[in-house]
Design a protein around this ligand. Structure first.
Ligand code: NAD
Length: 497
């Protein structure tokens, strides 16, 4: 049994909290370890360590900070497979998928290596006679991140490399369901030369989260998780005067026009609908077939889904792993009965899909619904599992109206060969990230990631340029070093001449 504990001052730290959570291998259903849950005092200790380290790190030159980030990037590349294995062992996703998540996280570190360029301010000479004006971006101090179970390596890496590169100290509260990857990420950063206190990890549940939100020493909070908790984080963090970005759940639509390449669209729907067992915030869960595209598309998806190999990450042939917990597997399976009862056609029932995994694992095969309508719970709710729902409409306008009326707005994709339809979709679709013949349009690390509406509370997206804006504040300076100009009419409001 492994024991996962907090990471403070660049070392494992048991804390004072007496509670623990269980960690499972979702592929077997067996308990593999326990994770310490932070008490309020543990969060206080991590913040105190971060606050003590912040002034020194902030004063560390950009060149030295960049050097540490480069070393960190190289260590992550060296340990990519090991981190992916930690992810698979606690999350359940297959290894190729876990390697993909670590790789996308490394890309954020690569962008953070360019902090010297990203953090530059602006400078204007002679805004008034011999007066210059400029702006600088300064770090906020101690900032925190709270992350979900579904990307235990990538989502923390969306946050802390940029925050730390910008000169902040960071306290991470990862998901208690798969906590090991985050500790390994912190150990490697220490090995790369990050000073003690600049990255702390505290494990736990709502007690730790609320302690972070209420802590007067934390200046900003980044959250990624369900909409219910995102709203709570946004409200509480705003009430306690913190800067906050809270990314929530999703219901992503993929629109397929009748002129699309149907094989490419079916491949994309299968990879985006069932990859990581549908436990991705950018998973496609609503497939909108326009103008007669439905029949051929449903048939092509059905064929592909039936051939998918479901099994544990240790099976090199497996394309899709188990769900994260037994309770979540049962909740997802309950939608198969609910959808059928509400009148949808269950074309593929994942409960009968073969698996190479153990009987105790939380496996549920891929399922496909056709004839889904917007009132049904399979459409309204974020299922967060391997269930794809096909809705049929006559026109692109109807598809766009459907997306607009959905409360979420994370990603949306269109498959078409018509540039005009693609452009209309890009302009009109009510979502923060758009794919054109691309099913999971997660922006590259030098753009920024974020949804709209119930998928993001706050105004700045994560990582990339928005990440730098989020973790810094602007100071505008107006400066005169000349005594040549006599100060006249001293009490009038200064004008620029
Ligand atoms: P979750 O909201 O249950 O948990 C997220 C974090 O909040 C965890 O660290 C957890 O410990 C904490 N938490 C849980 N309940 C809490 C409570 N009542 N009070 C305070 N803190 C609490 O989410 P999850 O199940 O870990 O992850 C899946 C969800 O995350 C899905 O809804 C998915 O769409 C969303 N997600 C969104 C994005 C995005 O970028 N928008 C990315 C990944 C995941």
């Amino acid at each position: 049994m492994k024991h996962v504990t907090h990471w403070v001052d660049n070392k494992a730290w048991g804390g004072v909290g007496a509670r623990q959570g269980d960690v499972y291998d979702p592929a077997t259903g067996r308990k593999t370890g326990a994770v310490d849950f932070a008490a309020v005092a543990d969060v206080d200790a991590a913040v105190a360590s971060a606050a003590a380290a912040f002034p020194g790190w902030r004063a560390t030159s950009l060149a030295r900070r960049t050097e540490v980030l480069y070393r960190y990037r190289n260590l992550l590349v060296e340990h990519r497979a090991e981190i992916a294995e930690l992810v698979s062992a606690e999350h359940g996703k297959v290894l190729s998928d876990a390697v993909g998540e670590v790789s996308r996280g490394i890309e954020v570190v690569e962008v953070a290596c360019g902090i010297a360029q990203l953090i530059k301010g602006e400078h204007s000479e002679n805004v008034s006679t011999r007066v210059d004006a400029y702006s600088v971006r300064q770090p906020l101090g101690v900032v925190a991140g709270i992350t979900p179970f579904n990307f235990p390596a990538m989502v923390p890496l969306w946050m802390f490399p940029i925050a730390i590169a910008a000169g902040n100290a960071f306290v991470l509260k990862p998901s208690e369901k798969d906590p090991s990857a985050s500790v390994r990420l912190a150990e490697l950063f220490a090995e790369a030369g990050l000073p003690p206190g600049i990255l702390g990890v505290v494990h736990g549940d709502a007690v730790a989260v609320d302690a972070i939100l209420e802590h007067p020493g934390i200046a900003a909070v980044s959250f990624v998780g369900s909409t219910f908790v995102a709203r709570h984080v946004y409200e509480l963090a705003a009430r306690t005067g913190k800067r906050v970005q809270a990314l929530g759940g999703a219901k992503n639509h993929m629109v397929v026009m009748a002129d699309a390449d149907m094989d490419a669209a079916a491949d994309a729907a299968v990879s985006a609908g069932y990859g990581s067992a549908g436990e991705r915030c950018m998973a496609v869960s609503a497939l909108v077939a326009v103008g007669g595209a439905g029949d051929v598309l449903v048939e092509k998806i059905r064929e592909r889904v039936s051939a998918l190999k479901v099994g544990p990450a240790t099976d090199p042939e497996a394309e899709m792993g188990p769900l994260v917990t037994a309770a979540h597997r049962d909740r997802v399976a309950s939608y198969l009965d609910a959808g059928a009862a509400e009148g949808a056609s269950l074309v593929v029932d994942g409960r009968t899909h073969p698996t190479s995994g153990e009987a105790g694992g939380y496996f549920l095969g891929p399922s496909l619904f056709d004839d889904v309508t917007t009132e049904m719970s399979v459409y309204r709710d974020e299922i967060f599992g391997p269930v794809l729902s096909v809705l049929r409409v006559d026109t692109l306008d109807e598809a766009l109206a459907l997306i607009r009326s959905n409360p979420y707005g994370n990603g949306a994709a269109i498959f078409t060969n018509d540039g005009r339809a693609a452009r209309t979709f890009e302009q009109e679709a009510e979502a923060g990230m758009i794919g054109i013949n691309v099913p999971i349009p997660v922006p590259v690390a030098y753009y920024s990631f974020g949804g709209w509406n119930a998928s993001l509370f706050g105004d700045l997206h994560v990582y990339g340029p928005d990440g730098v804006r989020f973790y810094t504040r602007t100071k505008a300076v107006t400066s005169r070093w000349s005594r040549d100009e006599p100060v006249t009419n001293a009490l009038a409001f200064p004008t620029n001449r």
